[in-house]
Design a protein around this ligand. Structure first.
Ligand code: SME
Length: 166
C-alpha cells in the first residue's frame, strides 16, 4: 500500500488516482500532523517535475513551515510576502508560471521556476497553505489547480488544524 507506484501521465487519471491514494492514506487517522506528512510525501513522490511539496501552518499572521519534502526551506513567511504569503492574504489559489517574475517571491530553492499555492480557509480565516514547487516554468495548469483544490477539500474535511496550535 505504501509503495511508490507508477502514476499515469494524463492529468485526469493522475488526479483520480492521487485522490484515491490520499483517501486511503488518511482514512480513519485523526492525527493532523501525520496526515499532512503523508500527503506531502504522496505529492512529492508521485508528481512529475516537482522539487518541493509541503505545508505552511498559519500562526499569528505568519506562515510557519510544516510537513514537507524537498530541500530545507524558510521557516517563517509573513502574510502578504511571496507566493505563499499572497495565497494566505488573498485566501485564493496562486498559480505562478515564472516565480522570477513574481514580485517578492521567496527563493528557498534556486531550482524552483514555477509554483502553485492553495490556501486552507475555515470561517474566513486561513489555517494553512499547500505549496508545490517545480524546476520547470509553467508546470501547473488549470487541471492541476482543479485536482489539487479537490485534494485540499478532501484533506480539509479530515484534518483539524487546531491540533497544531500551541
Ligand atoms: N517560494 C515560496 C516560499 C516557500 S518555498 O518555495 C518552499 C514563496 O515565495 O512563497
Amino acid at each position: 500500500m505504501f509503495d511508490v507506484v507508477e502514476m499515469p501521465e494524463d492529468k485526469a487519471s493522475f488526479y483520480r488516482i492521487l485522490m484515491a491514494r490520499a483517501k486511503a492514506l488518511t482514512e480513519g487517522e485523526t492525527d493532523t500532523l501525520a496526515n499532512l506528512a503523508n500527503v506531502a510525501s504522496l505529492l512529492f513522490t508521485t508528481m512529475a517535475e516537482v522539487n518541493w511539496a509541503g505545508f505552511y501552518i498559519a500562526r499569528d499572521n505568519q506562515l510557519v513551515l510544516g510537513p514537507f519534502m524537498g530541500n530545507p526551506a524558510c521557516v517563517r513567511i509573513p502574510f502578504g510576502r511571496g507566493v505563499c504569503g499572497s495565497a494566505a492574504r488573498e485566501q485564493t489559489t496562486q498559480v505562478v508560471d515564472d516565480v522570477k517574475a513574481f514580485p517578492g517571491h521567496i527563493a528557498c530553492d534556486s531550482a524552483s521556476q514555477s509554483e502553485i499555492v492553495i490556501p486552507f480557509c475555515e470561517e474566513g480565516e486561513v489555517k494553512a497553505v499547500l505549496d508545490i514547487d517545480s524546476p520547470i516554468t509553467s508546470r501547473f495548469d488549470e487541471e492541476d489547480q482543479k485536482g489539487l483544490e479537490a485534494l485540499a477539500e478532501l484533506l480539509a474535511a479530515r484534518i483539524q488544524f487546531d491540533q497544531l496550535r500551541y
